[in-house]
Design a protein around this ligand. Sequence first.
Ligand code: AMP
Length: 283
Amino acid sequence: MLVVETKNEVRSLVDSWREAGERVALVPTMGALHEGHLSLVDVVRAHATRVVATIFVNPLQFAPGEDFDTYPRDFEGDLSKLKKRGCDACFTPERASLFADDFSTTVSVAGVGENHCALTRPHFFDGVATIVTKLLMITRPDIAVFGEKDFQQLAVIRRFVRDLDIDVEIVGAPIVRESDGLAMSSRNLYLSGSERAAAPALFKALSAAADAARNALWADIGVQVEADLRAAGFSKVDYVHLVDRDSLVDIDRADRPARILAAAWMGETRLIDNVAAGPTRND
Ligand code: AMP
């Protein structure tokens, strides 16, 4: 696996592959890789002949006081996992090479980027949209893959790629979970033993809510889910919303393809998860 640090190098590499008729996929990550990240490599393998991962802890998506400094980092371990998984290259840019001192441009997505997670993390999607735009412009892949674990993020990326006519196919990949249902996340490393034991309650509550949503109004179910999460040890529930699967607009009954999105705090750790609801739940 080639490890590439500069913009010029990665761009020439991808260009040379594309000129040779190869189809190149991009897998952007912030590192501390787990099976969820690595599954993205497998998913795009079905669509591409070359896979380029990126590892960059993006400062733009952390607000002051959030966990940028303590975010888990395991660079050598990550490279060895990507290599074993058959990745062709890994782009690991230096922060200074991406952001000039007077860097001053933001990609901001209205609507789909303004509710749910944005209510408590207003800076977040601008940070994601800006760095993903840069990574797509630098590497110019045919296809890029993002996990449904970050369902709103995937919707935001699909929206700005369409709106800005960026010539790339965006593919969503299913959520990879631990055997007890907890969605894999680099931040699960923050959980203490007892927090880790309690955390699968998030997926359980969302799954039960998706079943209940077949026959009841969301207003009643949502209140119950929040109460169940608190009873299971979550200290704070940022939100639990039933939304239209494509527009992410809040809806009050699951009478169309829908998603239940949630963010809740287990101690000092904010966990997010989501499940399908509505007619396509068991597809
Ligand atoms: P991150 O390093 O957290 O920015 O994640 C990089 C990519 O991996 C994003 O597209 C995430 O949605 C995806 N991802 C993270 N965790 C999972 C998971 N448990 N299942 C599937 N994809 C995931």
